[in-house]
Design a protein around this ligand. Structure first.
Ligand code: FES
Length: 388
């Protein structure tokens, strides 16, 4: 309440006052002089007014549509990898992430622009001069609170929101769709049930190293990047790793390859791009190999000096792409976790708490390095159902 100005009314007088009177009283008590208080649209129903109303409704409506578009894209848009060969499939798949960004961005932008335009075009822009007072540090009196509320309600009333159902409906739709989008984010992962087929190679428990049938050879393949012709298009050269290929102390990134996919460009591309497929094949120096401590139950997972660990960090899943030969440490550049390659890749520094999963490997009769099966534990970061 201001220290100067008219005498505050009694409680009984206050209770009898209507909103207009309270607005005026509030100004007077606070020493506010309203210089201008124009009604934004003094003549109702003009074309300009309708145009302004439609413009605001357009942005709210756009926000609503984009919010619904986000929810639909998040849940139903084709999000699984399709090789470039499958032109239509790859095209739609490659739009998944942009669609999420565009729709959510438009939903927020539309709502924001709608609110700004509504404020500019329909809320009266009064020009007032106010003498400020903090009531000698005592805070606002009841009369000040009531008059302020009256002011706010009056501004809302003068903005004519009550009779603008188009704006109200579109604003509610825009805010509602955005709220729906926010709610869909955590819920969508439950709708796409990752446990529908937990034995499948596509579940979180397995990787592309899982054989299609018992005894299938899954070779280790380099990604050389050299294009070669295959039956249904072009594919990169298939270069398999033999035991003598790596020098002592070397590391190579390898991907699964099976003979049944030799002429299948799509399957070959998938094997190279699937996120949980990359494996670090490390050949330890003989002096280091003599110091290796193996993990219980995984004593035969290596082949001689060769050890194969997933490249997916057990912290939050970045690629642990750095191998330091001198210290035998595997480094993850994301948050600097370090794993000891001589100690079943257990973490020795940084935020990771679990060892990198080890792939069981051997050599076939022709000398090619092959996987003896899939990883025996889920790779990458923790998730609710995982026990290790
Ligand atoms: S993802 Fe590797 S340290 Fe965080």
């Amino acid at each position: 309440m201001s220290a100067e100005g008219p005498k505050p009314p009694s409680e009984a007088e206050l209770a009898e006052m209507d909103r207009d009177q309270l607005v005026k009283l509030g100004g007077a008590l606070d020493g506010v002089e309203i210089v201008e208080y124009p009604t934004p649209w003094p003549v109702e129903g003009t074309r300009a007014e309708k145009r302004a109303e439609r413009l605001v409704a357009f942005w709210f409506g756009l926000s609503a549509l984009a919010g619904i578009g986000f929810v639909v894209s998040l849940i139903w848009w084709p999000w699984k990898y399709e090789a470039p060969d499958n032109e239509s499939g790859h095209f739609w798949y490659s739009l998944y992430t942009p669609m999420l960004g565009i729709t959510l961005g438009l939903a927020i932008l539309g709502l924001g622009i709608g609110v700004i335009l509504y404020t500019k075009k329909f809320v009266p822009a009064e020009v007032a001069v106010q003498q400020r007072s903090d009531n000698d540090g005592a805070g606002s009196a009841e009369v000040d609170r009531q008059t302020i509320l009256a002011h706010l309600a009056d501004a809302g009333n003068r903005s004519t929101i009550a009779r603008r159902s188009l704006i109200k409906r579109s604003a509610i739709a825009g805010a509602g769709a955005l709220g729906l989008a926010a709610a869909a984010l955590p819920v969508a992962s439950f709708i796409k049930n990752p446990w529908k087929d937990s034995e499948s190679r596509d579940s979180l428990w397995h990787t592309g190293w899982q054989p299609n049938f018992p005894g299938e050879k899954v070779y280790m393949r380099r990604a050389t990047g050299k294009p070669v012709e295959v039956e249904h298009g072009k594919e990169t050269e298939i270069s398999l790793v033999k035991a003598e290929d790596l020098d002592a102390g070397a590391m190579e990134t390898v991907f699964p390859f099976r003979e049944s996919e030799r002429n299948d460009a799509e399957a070959l591309a998938k094997a190279l791009t699937r996120v949980d497929n990359p494996v670090m094949l490390i050949r330890l120096r003989p002096t280091d190999a003599a110091k290796v401590v193996k993990r219980a139950g995984q004593e035969d997972f290596n082949f001689g000096d060769y050890y194969a660990y997933t490249k997916i960090c057990s912290h939050v899943g970045c690629p642990t792409s750095l191998y330091e030969q001198r210290t035998n440490r595997i480094l993850c550049p994301c948050h600097q976790s370090q794993f000891d390659a001589l100690h079943y890749a257990k973490p020795i520094f940084g935020p990771a708490t679990r060892p990198l999963a080890q792939l069981p490997i051997t050599v076939d009769e022709e000398g090619y390095l092959i996987a003896r099966g899939d990883f025996i534990e889920a790779i990458g970061p923790a998730f609710w159902e995982r026990k290790s």
